[in-house]
Design a protein around this ligand. Structure first.
Ligand SMILES: Cc1cc2nc3c(=O)[nH]c(=O)nc-3n(C[C@H](O)[C@H](O)[C@H](O)COP(=O)(O)OP(=O)(O)OC[C@H]3O[C@@H](n4cnc5c(N)ncnc54)[C@H](O)[C@@H]3O)c2cc1C
Length: 426
């Protein structure tokens, strides 16, 4: 029997270890020294590096990468189960060597880099000796790549990049930036003259590239191949976001249920109100629908490719934003005034829902992709009536019984009566 929703016991042991490690080690670090896991400060590194070493010793470092690239080669399904835990803790992705935007950039390098490019950038990224960013979106438009203008011109033994990028996450602290140009994907060291990081936004940087000269071998993949590389990068990133969103909505759900049982109003617990029960029931169903869709998509990627699974990935992308919005809102609401403060994770989680609907491509674009791909499996029906028009189908079906209907008046009367009864229904 191929349908199976169980986790093999050996891997479950790993999941149990990860859960305990996150609860006992990562959560306290996040609460007392927020940001330490990402910091290059030696004191912060002294706190975070031993945790990273424990993850490495356990064979769980760089979870998303195949074995030949130094990862455990779990594949996407196991990664999804792990991300259901990691997504609950802010620093967990970096402690496990799976933090965006580096992960997507590493996937691009792994897939398209030459041996020399991998040696120069992939392995140092894997070891967090360097950090990266991804410059694709431009100020004049993000959803429509045909509006992008940044271009690299060849000048002797250099590429010369000119353009302007917007919302390059962590661009200001990156060592290298993957710059999507109209004629290819280029790796630009951030300290190259001509790279100018604007003052704001602070986290997702606005960057000007003016006569930025880089060696010819900083082109990644083929010339004019940027769109293919971008799809490869973003496809993986989207499903990883969806996996971590499952963790977030489960956290919101846990908080909602605990609070509903803990507090009283009008002589009964909050959970005794039918509308609160409805919020819990709807959330339970929506979380599990999202979770199963994410796991099914991860399984599809493992058994085919990101490209084959692109319709499913797009559906996960907008569904995770929707479920995050609905469930975090309900949880915040049931938490009452406390939910509106920053004293629990709920306010930040709810505020992140619109962001989730925009990053890695706006929901509308993904919905259009899904609908268009789905429609490719359909054709317009011929004639006036749809294929499921019952009288026409019945006429067709009667042909199968033509001999019987001709031979047996009782059965013929039954069939005629049934046909008239259906017609009288409207
Ligand atoms: C947290 C975060 C991190 C990000 N990190 C990066 C990064 O590291 N690197 C990077 O390059 N970019 C990054 N982005 C940018 C992201 O890729 C863009 O925001 C996204 O592609 C949308 O582009 P835009 O913001 O210009 O919105 P627009 O393209 O202007 O879209 C705005 C709105 O217009 C409507 N719309 C647009 N197109 C359509 C359509 N085809 N059909 C229907 N409605 C439409 C939608 O309502 C949409 O929300 C990040 C964004 C966020 C929020």
């Amino acid at each position: 029997m191929a349908w199976d929703f169980s986790t093999d016991p050996e891997f479950q042991e790993q999941l149990d270890w990860v859960e305990e490690f996150c609860r006992a080690e990562i959560e306290p670090l996040d609460l007392v020294f927020p940001g330490a896991a990402y910091s290059r400060d030696p004191k912060a590194k002294a706190l975070a590096d031993p945790l990273k070493q424990q993850v490495k010793d356990r064979g769980l470092w760089a979870l998303f990468l195949d074995k030949d690239l130094g990862g455990p080669g779990f594949g996407q399904l196991k990664l999804a189960l792990l991300n259901e835990i990691l997504g609950r803790y802010r620093s967990a992705p970096v402690i496990f060597g799976t933090a965006a935007p580096d992960t997507g950039n590493m996937e691009m390098l792994a897939a398209y880099g030459t041996e020399e490019q991998k040696r120069r950038w992939l392995y140092p990224l894997m070891n967090q000796e360097i950090f990266s960013a991804y410059s694709m979106t431009e100020p004049q438009g993000g959803s429509d790549p045909s509006l992008f203008q940044t271009r690299a011109a060849r000048d002797g033994d250099r590429w010369v990049i000119n353009g302007e990028k917007w919302f390059t996450s962590a661009g200001a602290r990156a060592d290298i930036i993957f710059v999507m140009c109209t004629n290819g994907m280029f790796v630009v060291p951030r300290d190259t003259p001509g790279v100018e990081v604007m003052e704001y936004p602070a986290l997702h940087n606005h960057i000007r590239y003016t006569d930025v000269r880089i060696p010819l071998d900083h082109l990644l993949g083929p010339e004019d191949g940027a769109k293919v590389l971008a799809q490869r990068r973003l496809g993986g990133g989207r499903i990883h976001h969806a996996m971590r969103t499952v963790a977030q909505v489960k956290l919101a759900f846990d908080m909602m249920c605990e609070r509903a049982l803990s507090r009283e109003s009008h002589g009964k617990t909050i959970a005794d109100n039918l509308l609160v029960l409805e919020a819990i029931a709807d959330s339970y169903a929506e979380i599990n629908m999202l979770r199963l869709m994410v796991l099914w998509t991860a399984w599809t990627i493992d058994n085919s490719s990101t490209r084959v699974a692109r319709t499913q990935i797009a559906a996960c992308k907008y569904t995770c934003a929707k479920v995050l919005r609905e469930v975090s809102y309900r949880a915040l609401h049931i938490m009452g005034s406390l939910g509106t403060t920053n004293l629990t994770p709920l306010q930040a989680m709810w505020a992140s829902a619109p962001t989730m609907a925009i990053l890695d491509g706006v929901d509308e674009v993904h919905k259009v992709t899904v609908a268009r791909n789905v429609l490719k499996d359909y054709e317009p029906h011929p004639g006036l009536w749809p294929s499921e028009y019952i009288p026409a189908k019945r006429e067709q079906a009667r042909k199968k019984y033509a001999d019987l209907l001709a031979a047996d008046p009782d059965l013929a009367a039954w069939a005629d009566h049934a046909a008239r009864a259906t017609a009288r229904g409207h």
